[in-house]
Design a protein around this ligand. Structure first.
Ligand code: GDP
Ligand code: MG
Length: 256
């Protein structure tokens, strides 16, 4: 059967690579057949050895040297160069015959969110087997305006890709109980989020936010994210269960 492809997406430093590695370790411990893919051509230290690595096809360092570009320009050039290699990369991925493909996306989220290359990559596969896991960075989300901005970013990704999306609250071990409760409440109850924006003196912005929040509710983005920690290896089973729910209505792939 065609594998489920899990795209781990989030802002730089939100914990994508650590979560990808933790998810793979968890999958292995459960006896599930999963591989990891690094889609970040610019990453220097990944912290794990991916089964498939875009850096085998294109490297930011080489592109900087060859084209005389700075790191940001080279990242963008690499995303586009990598897109040309996607047919080959997807053949390698499919050659593993894994049940799950865990895809670690570039540190700079705009490379995934806004460049055409990522659509090309998603569409290189049968599109009904893709799911996006959007990782909220707790150091941004603990601030109300930061949380709204992250939700808006997640909606723009939801808008761009037709794949189902699930929100997770990354590095949740960094939050105290009160902060965690507040973020979960704000994400699942737009009224409480609006109230908090008002309390923070952002009434004007709250007016605009009301309309945004309505749109986000309609998109299905407003729901409590699952707290996870790649470092503590917590919450990973919850992501797995929601993936099962999205594709099999809760029936475990491994059971048939
Ligand atoms: N406390 C804590 N730190 C984490 C966690 N996941 C990642 N980090 C740290 O956050 C930084 C960025 O992590 P990384 O996985 O590289 O983020 P990425 O840029 O989204 O791939 C690193 O210093 C990690 O050690 C976590 O679950 N808990
Ligand atoms: Mg990373």
């Amino acid at each position: 059967m065609d594998p489920i492809r899990i795209f781990i997406v989030g802002t730089a430093g939100s914990g994508k690579s650590t979560l990808t590695q933790a998810f793979k370790l968890w999958m292995d411990s459960q006896g599930y057949n999963a591989i990891t893919v690094n889609l970040d051509p610019g990453v220097e230290e990944l912290g794990y050895a991916p089964d498939v690595d875009v850096r085998d096809w294109v490297s930011v360092k080489d592109v900087m040297a060859e084209r005389g570009l700075g790191p940001n320009g080279a990242q963008i050039a690499c995303a586009d160069i990598a897109a040309l290699q996607f047919p080959k990369i997807s053949t390698v991925i499919e050659g593993f015959r894994a049940d799950y493909v865990l895809i670690d996306t570039p540190g700079q989220i705009e490379l995934f969110a806004f460049r055409e290359a990522s659509s090309v990559f998603l569409n290189a596969f049968s599109t009904d087997r893709n799911i996006i896991i959007f990782v909220l960075d707790p150091t941004v989300a603990r601030n109300t305006a930061g949380l709204v901005s992250l939700l808006m970013l997640s909606s723009s990704i939801q808008f761009r890709f037709s794949a189902p999306m699930d929100l997770v609250l990354g590095k949740s071990d960094l939050l105290d109980d009160e902060e965690l409760e507040r973020i979960l409440e704000h994400c699942s109850n737009p009224e409480s989020l609006l109230f908090a924006l008002g309390e923070a003196g952002m009434d004007m912005r709250a007016v605009a936010a009301t309309e945004f929040l309505k749109a986000m509710e309609a998109l299905g983005v407003m729901h409590a994210p699952k707290p996870v920690s790649g470092i503590e290896m917590s919450g990973i089973e919850d992501i797995y269960n929601s993936i099962q729910q999205a594709f099999f209505g809760g029936e475990d792939l491994a059971s048939d």
